[in-house]
Design a protein around this ligand. Structure first.
Ligand code: KG4
Ligand code: ZN
Length: 349
């Protein structure tokens, strides 16, 4: 079956057309329009602006994928539409949902609602181009989801359901990267920039004059917290008279070390407690080199799956994968299109 997948939960508009058969999926066309440059001015995502951009971009990207696949003259170009319904920014989510509803009606095809986080969990199986297989992972499996909006440890249960065993009590890891970058007057999104500075500094191997807390390490749960760490960085910066490049880099290094240490510590504890055989890492922060390196070093006897670089951040291929998987699982039973609604705080279950 052919699937049109739509993603508009945050600041990326994504549309792709996938061809799925059995457990094999082929990407026929994949388009992404990032609003990162627009939101840079605000140092974060500005919901009203995101909504306006999605509305502008959706028809443009749709035309591109239909032309590319030569399906533009067909009355019914796809058999199903998969669309993100949450979690995310509600005004942004609604743009994708309404667009899907209009197309579903025009083409007479069902709409499969998708949880954006399930998309991230399935992203390591995907590719931005060509075909790939959705394979069964060795159970028990655990997913570490680290993005701008979420920091979660999710158990994948035998029955196909999910259980969130730990999550951030305040800021998400990516959000902390973005906020600290802003304090250091580094561009948005902050993660890649902080990581770039930290990687250079880490190679020099010297004593760091900065020391930040490792929040929640002594807390017995699998939860995280990053707002205290962020405040600690803020107080440190406020005391510095000359925030030169070297100082910024040392702060970036110590901050990154603190975030990654806590992420890896809790993830490792969870893999031990649940005897995890497969660890799936997803979300924008899954790009972080220090995170990848430290997870591989600390967690042995567990297969660790990471997505391709372009599938770590938001995209519609992962939404198509999650949509197809659910469509098959539910034997094509989907909710009535007019009952679909954006759920900013939608949780995995
Ligand atoms: O998954 P994503 O595209 O959006 C959400 O669904 O939130 O993740 C974006 C987040 C941003 O906060 C960004 O700073 C962070 O991922 N990020 C990184 C890196 N690359 C992206 N954080 C740390 N290190 C990186 N290399
Ligand atoms: Zn995301």
């Amino acid at each position: 079956m052919r699937i049109l997948a739509i993603e508009t939960s945050c600041d990326e508009t994504g549309i792709s057309i996938l061809e799925a058969k059995g457990n094999t999926i082929k990407v026929l066309a994949n388009e992404l329009s990032s609003q990162v440059n627009l939101h840079r001015e605000f140092g974060g995502v500005y919901p009203a602006l995101a909504k306006r951009e999605h509305i502008k971009n959706l028809p443009i990207l749709l035309e591109k994928v239909l032309k590319k696949t030569k399906l533009d003259k067909k009355e019914k170009p796809v058999d199903m539409i998969a669309v993100t319904v949450g979690p995310g920014l509600e005004p942004a989510l609604w743009t994708g949902i309404v667009f899907a509803q209009e197309l579903g009606k025009k083409w007479g095809v069902p709409i499969q609602p998708v949880n954006h986080m399930e998309g991230h969990i399935l992203s390591p199986f995907g590719k931005v181009k060509g075909s790939f297989k959705i394979t069964k992972v060795k159970q028990p499996a655990l997913s570490l989801l680290v993005s701008g909006g979420h920091t979660e440890l999710v158990l994948l249960k035998q029955n196909g359901k999910y259980e969130i065993i730990g999550e951030t009590l305040d800021d998400a890891a990516g959000e902390a990267f973005d906020k600290v970058a802003r304090m250091l007057a580094l561009p948005y999104p902050g993660g890649p920039e902080i990581s770039r500075l930290a990687e250079i500094e880490r190679k020099i191997k010297q004593e760091n004059i900065f020391k930040f807390p490792r929040p929640m390490l002594k807390n017995p749960t699998f939860d995280f917290s990053y707002s205290g760490l962020k405040t600690s960085v803020l107080y440190t910066i406020q005391k510095i008279k000359n925030l030169d490049q070297k100082t910024k880099a040392l702060i970036a290094l110590e901050f990154e070390n603190a975030v990654i240490e806590t992420l890896v510590y809790k993830t490792k504890k969870a893999t031990e407690k649940y005897k995890v055989k497969t660890l799936i890492v997803g979300g924008g922060v899954a790009n972080n080199k220090h995170l990848r390196r430290t997870l591989k070093k600390e967690i042995k006897n567990t297969t660790i799956l990471f997505p391709e670089k372009d599938l770590t951040t938001d995209n519609s291929v992962m939404i198509g994968i999650a949509g197809y998987t659910n469509f098959v699982k539910n034997k094509g039973k989907v909710p009535r299109p007019n009952t679909l609604k954006a759920e900013g705080n939608l949780r995995l279950k």
